[in-house]
Design a protein around this ligand. Structure first.
Ligand code: GYE
Length: 356
């Protein structure tokens, strides 16, 4: 049976309406904050703060979201952010698909969104390449595509409207810059420093950016030796497996750079198994990424030296973009979310407010 929203789309024969002047859709508080951050766009939105009715079905904006998987705590928080943003109460009908780490599943999901004639397609590309054909299909169907989290490489940039996510290269650079400062503080700037890097999923923007950013800083230091960079798919299990091999192979690891918290947990288990101490009072300096609550707790206890935040709460920013599109506003090519760096010194101020 067709939903009222389906019927509405068929009736007006339009797959994407630039402006829905008749509609009043409440904006979440979080979306308003993002608007302030995005700057200059706030005036384009109508805010219904009456707190009252939910929108009727015909008014709902249908958003198809293809999530790449559920490999990490970060990903779960990102999915929650989407689910909490695109609610009926906020004026949306969310069609959600979890691709379980397979690009072919994401392509299938996008095709299914196209055949359902959703109003917007939002997706987080598992890797950067291989999207041209399906995005051309979305364009031919007149459905705007918003890229969330990881980015992509397409021949024709107009195949997607914008990307909302993190500046992964800056995250990688921040890891390197933090290490520079830390070694200096410790009086170890001239020592030989042996580094192991656990990388995320191959071909993912977050892996590429964090790797390149860190390498750029490492290249300034002849005494920083990257012993090995190895992929562990952003998962604890794979990281454990790789680290068991690595600790056998090298007996003098000074620094572990682990491109997400889930992999860091696996690595910490293996260090512990092997009687190797980590963190502020330990032998191995540990640099992690994401900053989920359970990792911040280990920053607080000192097992992890630093956690470079990657903010998964991107639903409100994606919603802001949709609002702007609905109102015919000008869209930037990239929207970056705000991110911090946590060490034992500052983590206490933030940890209690962490919801994921
Ligand atoms: O860091 C990791 C996840 O693309 C930013 O993917 C994301 C990364 C995140 O699975 O935990």
């Amino acid at each position: 049976m067709k939903s009222a929203a389906d019927r509405e789309r068929e009736e007006d024969g339009m797959r994407h309406r630039k402006c829905r002047g008749k509609k009043r859709i409440r904006m979440t508080a979080a979306a308003m904050i993002f608007l302030l951050l995005l700057g200059g766009c706030g005036k384009q939105f109508e805010v219904d703060d009456t707190g009252g009715e939910t929108s009727s079905d015909e008014d709902l904006i249908v958003v198809g979201v293809s999530q790449l998987g559920s490999e990490s705590m970060w990903r779960t928080a990102n999915t929650t952010s989407i689910e909490e943003t695109f609610t009926r109460e906020n004026g949306y009908l969310l069609v959600f698909d979890n691709a379980r780490q397979k690009q072919e599943n994401q392509i299938k999901a996008i095709r299914s969104f196209i055949s359902q004639q959703v109003d917007y397609i939002v997706f987080s590309p598992i890797e950067e390449s291989g999207w041209d054909v399906v995005l051309e299909e979305a364009r031919d169907a007149g459905i705007p595509v918003i890229v969330m989290d990881r980015g992509l490489k397409v021949e024709d940039e107009s195949l997607y409207v914008t990307r909302v996510g993190s500046d992964f290269r800056a995250e990688g650079e921040n890891a390197g810059l933090w290490l520079e400062d830390y070694l200096e503080e410790q009086g170890r700037s001239d020592e030989e420093i042996n580094i192991v890097v656990l990388q995320g999923t191959n071909g993912a923007t977050s892996t590429i950016g964090r790797t390149e950013g860190f390498e750029e800083i490492a290249a300034r230091h002849d005494n920083w030796n990257i012993l090995e960079q190895t992929g562990a798919d952003y998962t604890t299990t794979k990281a454990r497996e790789e680290m068991r091999r690595i600790v056998k192979q090298y007996d003098d690891i000074d620094v572990l750079v682990s491109q997400n918290d889930d992999m860091t947990f696996g690595a910490l288990d293996v260090f512990e198994e092997n009687g190797i101490t980590t963190g502020v009072d330990g032998d191995v300096i540990v640099i992690s990424f994401d900053a989920v609550k359970s990792a911040l707790e280990r920053v607080q206890t000192g097992d992890i030296n630093v956690d470079i935040e990657c903010n998964p709460e991107q639903g409100p920013a994606v919603e802001s973009v949709i609002r702007m599109l609905e109102n015919g506003g000008t869209i930037e090519r990239d929207y970056y979310v705000y991110e911090k760096i946590f060490t034992q010194e500052n983590v206490g101020h933030y940890i209690n407010d962490r919801s994921y």
